[in-house]
Design a protein. Sequence first.
Length: 302
Amino acid sequence: MNTCTARPRRGFRRPTPRVAGKRILITGAARGIGAVLARQLHAHGAHVALLGIEESLLAQVAADCGDAPWRYCDIGDPDQVERVVNSLTAELGGLDAVVCNAGIARQLSLLGGDVTVLEETLTVNVLGVYYTLRAAGPHLAHRDGYVLLISSLAAAIHLPLAGAYSASKAAVEALGDTLRIELRHTGARVGMAYFAELDTEMTSRGFGTEAARSILGRSTVSGVAPLGPAIDACERALARRSRRIVSPYWVSMVLWCRPLAQRLVDYSLREGVAGGLEIARTEPTGFTTEQPARPRRMRKLV
């Protein structure tokens, strides 16, 4: 009797990758993207560990995630980050993925604005990401390892008053592109998330200001998108170790033609910027998350 090897039929979908059983560390997990993602990953069987600086909120998220391990951690302190990442990784019994989500935002007029806004933004959004990668990297340098960096459409499209935030997210993009090459030989992968204005406090508190409305003529640039699709995209990325994710869907088209998109922004905002900058220089605003006291990394400008 002749025999033949069975082959999968064309048209049949492969099983959808799942996060169940994956050990995932999330920074900035007290609220926003980090908190919602942690709860969803836990609900779908992942083992999560959380770090952040808002202890009461973080403890509640951890409780919602089956008493997941968590720690207070100032992401701008490299020694603290290394200690906390190693401790949480030990509690998880290893590490399959890290989500570098911690970030802050605050409007800044580049000329005449408060230099500490840029300093603090870079400390958290850039140095904090680097410190996390440096600490978690040795635990992730294996064939199933994965890094998901939460960048932003602001890495590609730059708006007035968002210079500090845009610079930080462009730097995250550069770190991710570099790390992808440096980790390739280990089998680990690196993914980048590009999100537009989502329904989080980062959008409402960071840039929903009088100065921004004066320049834009409205509360947001593209309209606030729901958070759910972005969280689902993060979960899929963690399951598949994806290279890039976006939310909403149209962000991918903007990224594809970013030079043209920036020219359109420049043209559409050619009026009204001066008045908005004047408002920004005196408008009382704060960071989206209040920051702990840190040593200054930039000399006072005189």
